[in-house]
Design a protein around this ligand. Structure first.
Ligand code: SF4
Length: 167
């Protein structure tokens, strides 16, 4: 089966910007490796991205919105269409916005970064609704605080202190 290596950069919101070598077979990515020639990371990827293809093609991966049909914690859901999901979310958000927009916690984050996802549309959307304000960070503030406690300043990592190359 013909396969080829495609060069890529990690799309996550992460300062490492690891270089990726993606093995593609018949138009389908089957493996993601770090690029050993990338000076900063020397072929090392974090666990989540090194297993990107497993996650992408995992049989348990959610491919459609799921609506809870049981009590919270009961684990009962039914698949619904995107149109149904968007209509339901819009109906509920509108009702909250009409009652008290600041009751809406504007929780969203970038995930895979792009011009649309990267804190642009979500912020506009929640601002338009009149939602409350929120420090939009999951790991950055916690990480910076941990660095200050540990090193005295949020200095980050010295790129020359690279991790050991993985096989
Ligand atoms: S592969 Fe992991 S460590 Fe490297 S840039 Fe992506 S998220 Fe960051």
């Amino acid at each position: 089966m013909a396969s080829r290596i495609v060069r890529a950069a990690c799309p996550h919101d992460c300062p490492d910007t690891c270089a990726l070598l993606v093995t593609v077979e018949d138009g389908r990515a089957i493996k993601v490796n770090g690029d050993p020639d990338h000076p900063g990371t020397q072929g090392v990827l974090c666990t989540k991205v090194a297993r990107y293809t497993e996650r992408t093609y995992h049989r348990d991966r959610l491919l459609t919105p799921m609506r809870r049909v049981g009590r919270k914690g009961e684990g009962k859901f039914e698949p619904i269409s995107w149109d149904e999901a968007l209509d339901e979310v819009a109906t509920r958000l509108k009702a909250i916005a009409a009652r008290d927009p600041q009751a809406i916690v504007p929780y969203s984050y970038a995930g895979t970064m792009g011009l649309v996802q990267g804190e642009s549309m979500a912020a506009r959307f929640f601002h338009k609704l009149g939602a409350s304000l929120l420090d939009r960070t999951i790991c950055a503030s916690a990480g910076a605080t941990a660095l200050r406690y540990t090193y005295g300043a949020s200095v980050g990592m010295d790129m020359e202190t690279s991790p050991t190359r993985s096989s």
